[in-house]
Unconditional design. Structure first.
Ligand code: NAP
Ligand code: HSE
Length: 433
């Protein structure tokens, strides 16, 4: 049976998974497509590194050119990560006439216009299913299943590492650093895990989804981002007592004249489906004008689920190259000339959770609520934990009604300067479904 030769760039968590899937399910794929995808070469950094997966050592190379110049290799699969040299390899592979599959959200969220443009110019397939949501077919859902819909909004848990950390902290009292270490060990985290915890990985992903959904290239630098690096078990617990679970949510919302793209920790009502997404699972809650609400749920990070997404793109790339389809607007993606105003965060209104650290003495609450009142922020409920010792700061937790972000920033600046307040106020937004 005819073989289709693939060049793999990278043999880490995802590269190994792709290799193992193609080995294990070779017969099944052969039966389904009548062709055999075969990995001919694997680019790595270090030839001496010991690998857990059994591979013919002759497949490994440290020369990208060896893969690029091999006329037999029709599909290049970039699983290195980061910007350089990954972006350069993807562009050169497209220019050389190879179909390209990548799991790299960073290059697409920062240079997507250039990369998608290059794929279009050369009439090549560019698959990026694994760049968002691990094994969940969110990209194919948007590119194919929902192509007839105007997408109104996508709200999701799009980072497995941070969801794993938040779950372990709340459910097992695990320390943040320990939970992160576990996520790294399990292969969920980025090579630089700062990108996970500071929200940038989620920003890359929501930028890609917003670009796809709204038809205008949105860069990750346009996304408002807050991560979970300052998250405190105390806030996870207080939120739970109020009936909320804190998750790192990513939002892409289209209104008539503007779009909102943002990533930040959010309090979700405990009974909402997104509150039940645990560990390295991801979920996308999207709304289209005809389909209505759709929920996609699955494993958002890790070797096997991500390999599943990459192989799905490899098969589409084979179909594309084998039958040499004409580049259709969705293959590869093109962008219209539409450009949207991105709504400034200052203008967005939320309900809020505040945790003040204040001295427990008469008049403190009225001072704080006086400042909130001045900025038109109305309180919905308050809990104060009693002091253990005199002059000790205590947490005062407040939930508010809707208020403008701009007003909240001004009010908290004033409150944090009060003599009775001993530490910066913690602030989280509440998702009102
Ligand atoms: P990884 O485990 O760090 O593996 C990276 C691989 O790339 C390694 O094999 C490394 O070679 C190779 N490499 C790095 N720099 C190189 C260079 N300059 N030249 C040649 N080879 C180089 O990364 P990963 O977790 O598999 O992630 C790969 C991509 O998939 C990233 O874009 C990531 O964001 C994305 N992704 C990951 C997941 C996940 O769950 N891990 C999920 C979805 C998407 P050596 O082995 O010799 O060091
Ligand atoms: N580091 C990413 C995450 C990998 O934790 O979600 C999947 O894209």
């Amino acid at each position: 049976m005819e073989e289709v030769k693939i060049g793999l760039l990278g043999f880490g968590t995802v590269g190994t998974g792709v290799f193992e899937l193609l080995e294990k399910n070779r017969e099944l794929i052969k039966e389904r497509i009548g062709l055999v995808p075969v990995i001919k070469k694997i680019l790595v950094r270090d030839l001496k590194k010991s690998r857990n997966t059994q591979v013919n050592p002759e497949l490994f190379t440290t020369s990208f050119e060896e893969i690029l110049e091999d006329p037999e290799i029709s599909i290049v699969c970039e699983l290195i990560g980061g910007i350089s040299p990954a972006k350069d390899y993807v562009l050169r592979a497209l220019q050389k006439g190879k179909e390209v599959v990548t799991a790299n959200k960073a290059i697409l969220a920062e240079y997507g216009d250039e990369i998608w443009g290059e794929a279009l110019k050369n009439g090549r397939f560019l698959g990026f299913e694994a760049s968002v949501g691990g094994g969940i077919p969110i990209i194919k859902t948007l590119r194919e299943a929902l192509i007839g819909n105007e997408i109104k909004s996508i709200v999701g848990i799009v980072n497995g590492t941070t969801n794993y950390i938040l779950t372990k902290m709340l459910e097992e009292n695990m320390d943040f650093r320990e939970a992160l270490k576990e996520a790294q060990k399990k292969g969920y985290a980025e090579a630089d895990p700062t990108l996970d915890i500071n929200g940038m990985d989620a920003a890359h992903k929501i930028a890609i989804l917003a670009s796809l959904s709204f038809g205008s290239f949105i860069k990750s630098s346009q996304v408002y981002v807050e991560g979970i690096e300052d998250i405190d078990l105390m806030d996870l617990t207080f939120a739970k007592n109020f009936g909320y679970i804190i998750k790192l949510l990513a939002y892409a919302i289209k209104q008539k004249n503007y779009i909102e793209v943002r990533v930040h920790p959010t309090l979700i009502p405990e009974n909402h489906v997104l509150a039940s997404i645990r560990l390295n699972y991801n979920a996308f809650y999207l709304t289209g004008d005809f389909v209505g609400d759709v929920l996609l749920y699955g494993l958002g990070a890790g070797k096997e689920p991500t390999a599943s997404a990459v192989v799905s793109d490899i098969i589409t790339a084979i179909e594309f190259s084998y039958f040499r389809k004409k580049p259709f607007i969705k293959y590869p993606l093109t962008f219209s000339q539409k450009s949207y105003k991105i709504r400034s965060m200052d203008e967005v209104e939320f309900k809020y959770y505040f945790r003040f650290s204040a001295l427990d003495k008469p008049g403190v609450l009225s001072k704080i609520s006086g400042v909130l009142g001045k900025y038109n922020i109305s309180i919905a409920s308050v809990v104060q934990i009693g002091r253990q010792k005199k002059k000790q700061a205590v947490p005062i937790v407040m939930l508010t009604h809707e208020a403008k972000e701009k007003n909240v920033a001004k009010a908290l600046e004033e409150i944090d300067n009060l003599e009775v307040v001993s530490a910066p106020t913690k602030k989280y937004r509440i998702m009102d479904f």
